[in-house]
Design a protein around this ligand. Structure first.
Ligand code: SF4
Length: 689
C-alpha cells in the first residue's frame, strides 16, 4: 500500500493506493487534515486513469502532417525534436521556441521546466495554464497583502467559522470534502447560477446572491456600502492595519444597495441581509474562486472582495480571514517556481536584478544571459505561428485545444506551428495536432512534491512503475537538454535532486522552500511555506503584519466596469462556464474513467424554461450555442432556478462540444487572465446536417 495524494484538485486529498485481487491499483481515502477521510468521486476512481485503454507507450512522430503518426523509439523522437528546435532558433532567434506548462505539474517539474526554458533554450517564451486559473487573485493578493498564498491559514481553521462568503466558488461540486470544514457555518454564496453550493447554503439557512455575470465587483462594492451604513466596519483595524481605505471608499460610496440591485439584479434587501450576516459574525471568512477571477477586470474584482474583508477586519486574524480557493492540483506551487512568464523560482520577479543574480548563481549561468519576461499564456498561444511569434511549442501537462479561450482559434494557432511537441499520457486533443508526442508517466508512477491550496507542501509518492516505454517529464527534459548541448548533470532526473536545487533557488524568496526536506515531508510535518532552512513552517500568515514594507494591508480603489462583451440584439444571452463534480479541467483524464464518463457523457447547456421556449428549445433537445467566436453543440437542460438572461455550460468536452469555442479572450490588464465567465451568446435548435 502506498499513501499519496489525489491527482486532481488543489485540496490534494490523501489516499491509499492498493492492488486489488485483479492486480489493478485502487484508491481509498486516507486520513489527512484537508479531507479527513473523504474523497470525491473523482478521487475514488482516480487509479483507473493509470490503465486507460488508449495509454501511449511509444513516442509518436509525424514528419508530414498530412500523414499519420508513426511509432518511433525515444532517441529518434528526441533527436528529431532537438534538431528542429536548433534549426528554428538558428533561423529565427531564441524566442522562436516556446514552452507551455501546467498547474498540474509537481513542484520539481515546474521548476525544471522554467530552468529548461531559460537555460537550455534561452527563450523568454514560457507560461502555463495556471494563468487561466488563479492569476487574478494572485495579483490582487500581492496588491493587498504583499504576498499571495491561496489560503493564508490552514483549511481546518474554517471549521470554527460562523459565516463564510463563497464568491464565485462551488466547492460542493468541485472539491466536496472542503464542505466538511464549512458544516458549522452559515454560507453566503455568490454565483449567477444555483450551484450545488448555493443549494446547500439555502438548505442551511444561508443566502444565495445571483448577480448578473460580470457584475461581481459591483456587488462587492454594494456589500461594503451596506456594511458601512449598518455601522459594521472595524474602524480600529482599518486605522491600525491598513492603508488606502478612503480612496477605496470613494468608489464604494456610490454603490448604495438599490443602485447595486439595478446593476447586479441582486435584491437590495438581500444585499443588506448578507452584509449584516457577515458583519455581525464573530468569526467570518471571505473566500473567492474562479467566478470572481475569470474576467477582464478579474484582479479588480478580487480586490473588491478583499476590500470588503479588510473593512470588516478579517484578514490576519485567527479564526477569520480572506482566501482564494486555488483550482488545479499544484495551482499554488505551479506559480512559485519559475514557469510563469514573469517569474523566477521563489516567487521572484524576473525583472528584479537581485532575483536574477540569485537564481543565475544557483543555475551556474551569467544573469545577463537570462531572458526577460515573455508573453502571458493566451498571448503566447495566440502568437504561435504568426509573424514574430514562436514557431515551435513544447507543451507539458496541458490541453489548450480544449481548455484555452476561443478554442477554435487556439486549434488554428497550434496547427500553424512549424513544430509542436506534446508530452502526455494519451493522445489528447492537443497531442493529436502535434508533430512529436512523448508518452509520459502519470501521478502515481513518479514521486515529487505538490503544494496545496493552503501552501502546504506534500509528498507525492510512486505506487507503481510506469508502463514499459514510458518516461517521466524530468527524463524528457533531461533528454532534450542533453541533445541541446547541456551538461547532463544540470538537468537531473531524480525528483529529490531537483528539490534540493529548488530549495536553494527559492531560499530568501517570498515562497521560501529552503527548509522543505524529504525527511521532514516523510515525517509528516505540516510544511506551509515559507519554510526557511532549519526554520519553522508558517501555517498562518499576516497575524502580526502584512508583507508590505510598512506591515499594513492596502485597500485598492476599484470601480465596476461592464464585461468586455455584453448582450445585444444578435447575442441576447450571457454564457458562463464551470466544472462538474465528475470531471476535471479539459476532461483528458476523467473522460477516460468509465463511470465518470457514463455519468456525464456530453456537454449540456442549462437554460431557464422560459428562455428555452423563446429559443424554440425543449429539455433534451440539442442546441447550437453561438457566440461571436464559435459554436458549441449542447444538450438542453431546463433549470427553473436559472437566471432568465444566463446560460451555463461545463467546459470538459472537446471539439464541437467545447464550451471554450464560445469564450472571450479579453484579458485582465494586470493578471492577463481571459474573461472565461462572460460571453454573449444566442441559442437555436441544432439539426445534424
Ligand atoms: Fe479531493 Fe479534489 Fe481529488 Fe476530489 S478531486 S478527491 S476534492 S483532491
Amino acid at each position: 500500500m502506498t499513501t499519496t495524494h489525489c491527482p486532481y484538485c488543489a485540496l490534494q486529498c490523501a489516499m491509499h493506493l492498493e492492488r486489488g485481487p485483479d492486480g489493478a491499483l485502487a484508491a481509498r481515502p486516507a486520513d489527512f487534515p484537508t479531507n479527513r477521510g473523504g474523497l470525491c468521486r473523482k478521487g475514488w476512481t482516480s487509479a483507473q486513469v493509470l490503465t486507460a485503454a488508449d495509454r501511449l507507450t511509444t513516442p509518436l512522430l509525424r514528419k508530414d502532417r498530412t500523414a499519420g503518426f508513426e511509432e518511433v523509439d525515444w532517441d529518434t523522437a528526441l533527436e528529431y525534436a532537438a534538431d528542429r528546435v536548433r534549426a528554428l532558433q538558428a533561423a529565427h532567434g531564441r524566442d522562436a521556441v516556446a514552452v507551455f506548462g501546467s498547474g498540474g505539474l509537481t513542484n520539481e517539474k515546474s521548476y525544471q521546466l522554467g530552468k529548461f526554458a531559460r537555460v537550455a533554450l534561452g527563450t523568454s517564451q514560457i507560461d502555463y495554464n495556471g494563468r487561466f486559473c488563479m492569476s487574478s487573485a494572485a495579483a490582487a493578493g500581492n496588491r493587498a497583502f504583499g504576498l499571495d498564498r491561496g489560503l493564508p491559514f490552514p483549511v481546518t481553521d474554517l471549521a470554527d467559522a460562523d459565516v463564510v462568503v463563497l464568491a464565485g466558488a462551488n466547492p460542493a461540486e468541485t472539491m466536496p470534502p472542503l464542505m466538511g470544514h464549512l458544516s458549522g457555518a452559515r454560507l453566503v454564496v455568490v454565483d449567477p447560477r444555483r450551484s450545488g453550493t448555493a443549494r446547500e447554503a439555502l438548505r442551511r439557512g444561508g443566502l444565495h446572491l445571483a448577480p448578473r455575470p460580470g457584475t461581481d465587483l459591483a456587488l462587492a462594492l454594494g456589500l461594503l456600502h451596506a456594511a458601512r451604513a449598518e455601522g459594521l466596519l472595524d474602524d480600529a483595524y482599518i486605522t491600525e492595519r491598513t492603508t488606502g481605505f478612503d480612496a477605496a471608499w470613494r468608489h464604494a460610496a456610490a454603490w448604495w444597495p438599490e443602485r447595486t440591485e439595478h446593476v447586479t439584479g441582486v435584491p437590495a434587501h438581500r444585499i443588506r441581509e448578507a452584509a449584516r450576516l457577515l458583519g455581525t459574525a464573530r468569526r467570518a471568512y471571505v473566500l473567492t474562486g474562479r467566478g470572481v477571477e475569470q474576467h477582464a477586470n478579474g484582479t479588480d474584482t478580487a480586490s473588491a472582495w478583499i476590500n470588503l474583508a479588510l473593512a470588516l477586519g478579517l484578514p490576519g486574524r485567527v479564526g477569520s480571514g480572506y482566501g482564494c480557493l486555488t483550482g488545479q492540483g499544484n495551482g499554488q506551487g505551479g506559480r512559485e517556481h519559475g514557469q510563469k512568464a514573469d517569474q523566477l523560482p521563489g516567487y521572484r520577479r524576473i525583472d528584479d536584478p537581485a532575483a536574477r543574480a540569485h537564481v543565475a548563481a544557483v543555475w551556474g549561468v551569467d544573469p545577463d544571459d537570462l531572458p526577460g519576461p515573455g508573453r502571458s499564456a493566451f498571448e503566447l498561444l495566440d502568437a504561435l505561428g504568426s509573424a514574430g511569434g514562436p514557431r515551435a511549442l513544447l507543451l507539458f501537462g496541458s490541453n489548450p485545444a480544449v481548455s484555452a479561450p476561443d478554442a477554435t482559434r487556439m486549434r488554428d494557432r497550434l496547427a500553424a506551428l512549424d513544430l509542436l511537441v506534446v508530452a502526455d499520457f494519451v493522445l489528447s486533443e492537443t497531442a493529436a495536432l502535434a508533430d512529436v508526442v512523448l508518452p509520459v508517466a502519470q501521478w502515481a508512477e513518479e514521486s515529487g512534491t505538490m503544494t496545496n491550496l493552503e501552501g502546504r507542501v506534500l509528498r507525492r509518492r510512486r505506487a507503481a512503475a510506469p508502463p514499459p516505454g514510458v518516461r517521466t517529464d524530468l527524463e524528457v527534459l533531461h533528454g532534450l537538454a542533453v541533445r541541446l548541448g547541456q551538461d547532463p548533470e544540470r538537468f537531473p532526473t531524480d525528483p529529490d535532486a531537483v528539490l534540493a536545487e529548488l530549495r536553494a533557488a527559492s531560499a530568501g524568496g517570498a515562497a521560501d522552500y529552503s527548509g522543505v526536506t524529504p525527511q521532514r515531508l516523510e515525517d509528516g510535518e505540516a510544511l506551509h511555506w515559507p519554510v526557511p532552512e532549519g526554520g519553522q513552517p508558517t501555517p498562518r500568515l499576516f497575524l502580526d503584519r502584512f508583507a508590505h514594507p510598512d506591515g499594513r494591508a492596502r485597500f485598492a480603489p476599484v470601480e465596476h466596469r461592464p464585461p468586455a462583451e455584453d448582450t445585444d440584439a444578435d447575442y441576447p444571452l450571457l454564457a458562463t462556464t464551470g466544472r462538474l463534480m465528475g470531471h476535471y479541467q479539459s476532461g483528458a483524464q476523467t473522460r477516460r474513467v468509465g463511470e465518470l464518463a457514463d455519468a456525464e457523457p456530453e456537454v449540456y447547456v442549462e437554460v431557464h424554461p422560459d428562455t428555452a421556449a423563446r429559443c424554440g428549445l425543449a429539455g433534451g433537445d440539442r442546441a447550437a450555442v453561438e457566440s461571436r467566436r464559435g459554436t458549441t453543440v449542447a444538450r438542453v437542460r431546463l433549470r427553473p432556478d436559472a437566471r432568465l438572461d444566463t446560460v451555463f455550460l461545463p467546459f470538459h468536452y472537446p471539439g464541437e462540444q467545447a464550451a471554450n469555442n464560445l469564450t472571450n479572450p479579453a484579458l485582465d490588464p494586470t493578471s492577463r487572465m481571459p474573461e472565461f465567465k462572460v460571453s454573449a451568446v444566442r441559442l437555436r435548435p441544432y439539426a445534424d446536417r
